[in-house]
Ligand binder design. Structure first.
Ligand code: FES
Ligand code: FES
Length: 174
């Protein structure tokens, strides 16, 4: 049964007036709280609130992967991830991937000179980090299945860098 219009309006006003419990989350090993709309995308929180602008906005509908971050170590698309879904979770952005040295994936990216315009690259790197955690010796199909788009067409260099990083990580026994 649907609410009558005045009743629905009154109910919306009541819930808007109620204070929201803050959502707690960890970003790059630091604790944060979000007191606004729990349906706001994580991407807005990262870019607009925390000013972590390494995470990019591409399509806004979960299709391109430019906004990829790690949620408890797993690659997710932050443009379609509501803040309510990340409460009490640990987010890693490109800024927090490694703080003391380059991550082996970042090192391989440099050695293979992957980036062109660079716009998609933070998302590509974080997606590769997730892949290599799940599949330390990825196949060509595993790499293709990542599905992050690059309008500059750097895919051949991305492949080479992922394979190079896989070897490096195995060599380090990580
Ligand atoms: S901006 Fe999130 S998938 Fe494209
Ligand atoms: S390097 Fe330009 S979009 Fe990927």
């Amino acid at each position: 049964m649907s609410q009558s219009e005045p009743a629905a309006e009154a109910s919306a006003k009541r819930s808007a007036a109620q204070p929201r419990a803050p959502l707690a989350l960890t970003v790059n090993d630091k604790p944060y709280y979000h007191e606004g709309d729990p349906q706001m995308p994580l991407l807005w929180f990262l870019r607009d609130t925390l000013r972590l602008t390494g995470t990019k906005f591409g399509c806004g509908v979960g299709a391109c992967g430019a906004c990829t971050v790690l949620l408890d170590g797993k690659a997710v698309r932050s443009c379609t991830m509501p803040m309510a879904a990340v409460a009490e979770h640990r987010i890693t952005t490109i800024e927090g991937l490694e703080t003391d040295a380059l991550h082996p994936v970042q090192q391989a990216w440099i050695e293979e000179d992957v980036a062109q315009c660079g716009y998609c690259q933070a998302g590509q790197i974080l997606a590769a980090v997730d892949l290599l955690k799940r599949k330390p010796k990825p196949s060509e199909d595993d790499i293709s299945a990542i599905g992050n788009l690059c309008r500059c067409g750097t895919y051949p260099r991305i492949r080479k860098a992922i394979l190079r990083a896989a070897e490096s990580i195995q060599g380090q026994g990580k």
